[in-house]
Structures are given as C-alpha cells and as structure tokens.
Design a protein around this ligand. Structure first.
Ligand SMILES: [Zn+2]
Length: 370
C-alpha cells in the first residue's frame, strides 16, 4: 500500500488519505503554521480539539533557534513541542529568498545570507536543508527551492526554475528521518511554459508529493488560479499536491477545486492577532465601534470557545486592550473556521456536491471590513 490514496473525486477536486509516520491525514487538509515549533499562543491539545490534523514547522527558524541538533538531541520536534500528530517542515527556501535584503550571494551550490536573529552570515544548501529536516524528524520534509519574487524578468524566473530542479535532484536521495516523506516543489510563477517545465521535471523525480511554490506572493489573482489549475492537472495523480501559502476562503475553495490536497497559511493566525475574525458572514474587524454593545456571539454557527462562551462586546474589549486572551480566542476561532471550511469541502467532494458547496460558501461570505 502506498502512502497516498484518492478516495473520492468530484470534477478535478479530490478527497484522499495520506499516511505518515505519525498517523493518517484526511485530505483536503488545512495545515496551521507553527513556524517556531508553536502555533502562536495555542496549546497542542487545543489544536487537536479544533480538528487540526497536522502542523507546519520551519527549517530556517528552528535551525537558528533553538538549533535542529538540539531538537534532535531531545528526541525530535514532536516530543519537543508536545505534538504527536504529523508535522510538515518547510525547507527555509521561502524564508531565505523572501528576506531579500539579507541575501549575500546566490550560486548553483546554495545561498549565503545574514540570519534574522543576530545578523551572522550563514549558508543554506539543499543538502543542509535536508539534514536540518532529518534532525527535526518531521513526517514530511520539503525540498529547498529558490523562490523568486513576483515581477522579476523571465530570465531570472527561468534561472530559479533551473536551480530549483537541480537542487531537487540533489535532495532526492539525501538521508531522511525514519519514515519521513519528501515533497518536491515547483516554481515558474504564472509563466505557463516555465511552470510546465518545472512541474514536468519535478514530477519525474518521483517525490512522495509535489508542491506548487512561488505563487500567492503578489501576482494577479486570476493568473494565479489559472496557473494552479494547469499545474495541478499536470502533477502526478497518485501523489498528494500541496499549494504553499493560501488561507482565505475563496483561495482555499479555488485550489481544492483545482485538485490540490494540502495547503497552509499564516492568514488565520496572523489576522487574529490584528483583531480580525473570519466568519460565515465575512471578515469582522472587532475594533469597529459597532461591536461595543453587541451581546451576540462572534459567529452563530461556530462551536469554538470564543463563540460559545463570549460576546462580541467582550472580544472587542480584549482586542482593543491588546489582551493576550483576545489574541488567543480569535486564533482559536479563525483556525476552527478554516478547518471546518476544509472539512466541509472534503465531505462535499465525497457526496459529489463540491460545486454547490463552493457557491454557497462564497455567497454567504459577502461582508468585508478591512
Ligand atoms: Zn468560533
């Protein structure tokens, strides 16, 4: 039996089961981001109660603080952070290349940069990114890739595609943690030919899964969805497909419709810390004066602690006073919302009703308060 099985299809959308060394995931799956070995402000037990099946960690940040060797010495990331379900670690490619001011040199062997913690020069290579993730003991390790920013020249984009493929080859057979899966990452922006080349060549390397990288970084949204449709259709059907970095309602439903199985985003947790709630009636900005005397729940249909035990008026007060409990409650709510949206999509695919599920969800979410 392989590690991934598609169990239902509805158009290009699919539901499936992904088996990892720390248990099974039902896909489509949203993956909360726990960059520094914590989903900010939440206890792992709370994540389990919210319905999280897997969390993300980050090789870049954990390499510098507290150090992947230290984590390995203490038995690996699962034990270190008290989370016994699956973990996916990102390779650090996005972090290295998105902090452009810190890059000192990029060549075919790797990239030299100043780390964000103390400014000391450091060097990442594909081999080191694999070793860090082996030390962390994640269930799914990602290839180290070159993530080009949106709006660069075609020549630069082509170079990033070529380098990402070369680096993927070098990581293909790098040592792994026991049972660790490794996913390749495709690049190419929204350039159809480069994206196709990248998807083809990464697909041929026969990784355990394939990711769509380098999108949702500021390019035109329709072009992004078109590129996703095409890339997902071209990826191996029998391997999980991961869209890196999408967490808004429309984006999640679009990538699921394209045949994507996994996705992550800081949006639900980051917007919670700015006082915004994602709800079935749109995004609510709790700082708005209209909630000062509102005795109702944040979202009538939600069963999370913020919605079942507190009023909008109280949550607004906490947010306005920057109280830790306000951040925590909105984080719990936003994650519950996105996890439920995704679970609903999975059930709709299983019933062959994804198109109407998507339409209804987008119809309901009409209100927007930036
Ligand atoms: Zn809630």
């Amino acid at each position: 039996m392989t590690h991934f099985a598609v169990t239902a299809r509805d158009g290009a959308a699919r539901a499936g089961v992904l088996r990892t060394a720390h248990g099974e995931l039902r896909t489509p799956v949203f993956m909360p981001v726990g960059t520094k070995a914590t989903v900010k402000s939440l206890d792992p037990e709370e994540l389990t109660r919210l319905g999280a099946q897997i969390v993300l960690g980050n090789a870049y940040h954990l390499h510098f603080r507290p150090g992947d060797a230290l984590v390995a010495e203490l038995g690996g990331l699962h034990g270190f952070m008290g989370w016994e379900k699956p973990i996916l670690t990102d390779s650090g490619g996005f972090q290295v290349f998105s902090l452009r001011d810190t890059i000192l040199a990029v060549d075919d062997d790797g990239v030299t940069f100043r780390n964000v913690y103390d400014g000391a020069a450091a060097r990442f290579t594909p081999e080191l990114a694999a070793e860090i993730q082996r030390n962390l003991g994640s269930d799914i390790a990602m290839c180290f890739d070159q993530v080009p920013p949106a709006g660069i020249t075609r020549g630069q984009l082509e170079e990033a595609v070529r380098r990402t493929i070369d680096w993927a080859r070098r990581q293909r057979d790098a040592p792994r943690a026991p049972g660790q899966l490794r996913f390749g990452i495709t690049q190419g922006g929204v350039d159809p030919e480069l994206r196709r080349r990248s998807t083809d060549e990464i697909g041929e390397l026969d990784f355990d899964g394939n990711a769509i990288g380098g999108l949702a970084i500021g390019e035109d949204r329709d072009a992004m969805f078109a590129a996703t449709d095409e890339a997902a259709a071209q990826m191996p059907d029998d391997k999980p497909r991961y869209f890196m970095g999408i967490g808004d309602v429309e984006g999640i439903l679009e990538v699921i419709e394209a045949g994507v199985d996994m996705f992550d985003c800081v949006l639900p947790t980051r917007t919670a810390r700015t006082g915004s709630a994602m709800t079935w009636t749109g995004r609510l900005n709790l700082r708005n004066a209209r909630y000062a005397r509102d005795p109702g729940p944040l979202d009538e249909t939600c069963d999370c602690p913020a919605c079942t035990r507190f009023t909008r008026a109280y949550l607004r007060h906490l947010v306005n006073q920057s109280e830790l409990l306000g951040h925590r409650l909105l984080t719990l709510h936003n994650l519950r919302f996105v996890l439920e949206l995704t679970r609903g999509a999975r059930e709709a695919i299983e019933c062959g009703e994804f198109a109407s599920y998507k339409r209804n969800a987008l119809d309901r979410i009409t209100k927007w308060e930036p």
